[in-house]
Design a protein around this ligand. Structure first.
Ligand SMILES: Cc1ncc(COP(=O)(O)O)c(C=O)c1O
Length: 391
């Protein structure tokens, strides 16, 4: 007689990725414009596609590569880190190529924690970060940001316990679009130095800042290399999301731990993608800057339209990435609001509770996939929908 398999697992308490839940709703309502997923509307540079095509004839592209990444890609990454981030890789840190920055984050958590440890996440957070922390058997400690979604450094300090292992910052931020000023990042990095914690710095939107706002990399601060883990990605800047290439700079002392995780979970990032990645990074951030002016125009329209809903909705400053995080001044359930926007107005957003915001009603708008031609329709539906549902 056969016995049924055990159905419980460590995944049971982990939240479902909300982008997938909303994606399902979108599929059931054809014609919906998605302001849900954090993607850009453009693809990789032509040189990257040419390099990928040429790589197919190279037998090495079909074999396992080095765990840390193709040496040529690592060289390009080190040059870029020095040039764009002020991070010196040979200064007590090392770089590794992963299948995207999500994997890099999970690698970092596995490498630095034991089950039961705590990792501090400013709220709203990027949901995959909380999910990875919980999958590793650790606790995500949520710390509120201020009403402009900026870091509350004192609150972060107060949240530290003997179990804390790391503080996470994401700047430019997903889901809020907030960009943390350098002094706030320095303060967090110094707390980590003083308290023997890691600073995990997610910088996948490093090139996406608007106006005079500038991105700062904590890994460049003096003395930071011993406790700073910096995460980067080709997904956004190079329209590379499907190619799955990201990289992580980590303190050399973690080399063995990181290599154990990498070798077990990935072995090496897809070699053809790495070869395409070399060509993309040789084109450099010019590829993304080419699209950034248009994106800035889209952002202006999105923010102006949403601000026309004040005081019903509040849109704090969003000077980076391609998100804004809207607070709704009404007693509505964020998931129900999202469902009604999709069902009745054919426009999708992501409800705020997916990002750890448990009080009030809020939602994230992602505008990276919009272009000048589609923004009016997408945001128009959202504004009309909100007016009709909330009035
Ligand atoms: C803050 C943040 N980190 C990491 C990622 C994932 O990047 P990747 O595609 O490199 O895994 C995303 C994607 O949306 C993100 O918003």
């Amino acid at each position: 007689m056969s016995r049924s398999v055990k159905s419980r697992s460590r995944m049971d308490p982990i939240q479902m990725p909300m982008v997938a839940v909303v994606g399902d709703l979108i599929r059931k309502h054809p014609g919906t414009i998605s302001l849900g997923q954090g993607v850009v509307h453009y693809g990789p540079p032509a040189a990257a596609l040419d390099a990928a095509r040429a790589a197919l004839a190279n037998p090495n592209a079909h074999a396992y590569g080095d765990d840390a990444g193709c040496p040529e890609l690592l060289e390009v990454i080190e040059d870029k880190l020095r040039r764009d981030n002020g991070i010196e890789c040979r200064n007590g840190s090392a770089a590794i190529v992963t299948a995207g920055a999500n994997m890099a984050f999970a690698h970092a958590v596995f490498a630095i924690t034991e089950p039961g440890d705590e990792v501090i996440l400013p709220v709203p957070f990027y949901f995959n970060h909380e999910m990875a922390i919980e999958m590793a058997g650790c606790r995500a400690v949520r710390v509120a940001t201020d009403d402009r979604y900026q870091l509350d450094v004192d609150a972060i300090r107060r949240a530290i316990t003997p179990c804390t292992r790391a503080i996470v910052t994401v700047t430019p931020n997903n889901p809020t679009g907030a960009v943390y000023p350098e002094p706030a990042l320095r303060a967090v990095n110094q707390i980590c130095a003083d308290r023997g914690l890691y600073h995990i710095s997610d910088e996948v939107y490093e090139y996406f800042t608007y106006g005079s706002t500038r991105h700062a990399s904590p890994g460049a601060f003096a003395g930071a290399s011993a406790h700073t883990i910096s995460l980067f990605s080709l997904s956004k800047a190079y329209g590379f999301a499907g190619w799955r290439i990201g990289y992580m700079v980590y303190p050399e002392a973690l080399a063995d731990a990181v290599m154990k995780v990498q070798d077990t979970i990935l072995v090496c990032a897809p070699v053809v993608s790495q070869i395409a990645g070399i060509a993309a990074m040789q084109v450099g951030p010019a590829h993304c800057r080419e699209h950034l002016t248009a994106l800035a125009g889209v952002r202006d329209i999105v923010i102006a339209e949403l601000r026309s809903l004040e005081p019903l909705c509040t849109v704090p400053p969003a000077d980076g990435a391609f998100y804004c995080f809207v607070r709704v001044d009404a007693d509505v359930d964020p998931l129900q609001l999202t469902e009604r926007l999709i069902r009745e107005h054919r426009v999708a957003v992501i409800p705020g509770h997916a990002f750890g915001v448990t009080s009030g009603c809020s939602f994230r708008v992602a505008y990276g996939a919009l272009q000048k031609e589609t923004v009016a329709e997408g945001i128009g539906r959202l504004v009309r929908g909100l007016r009709s549902i909330l009035s």
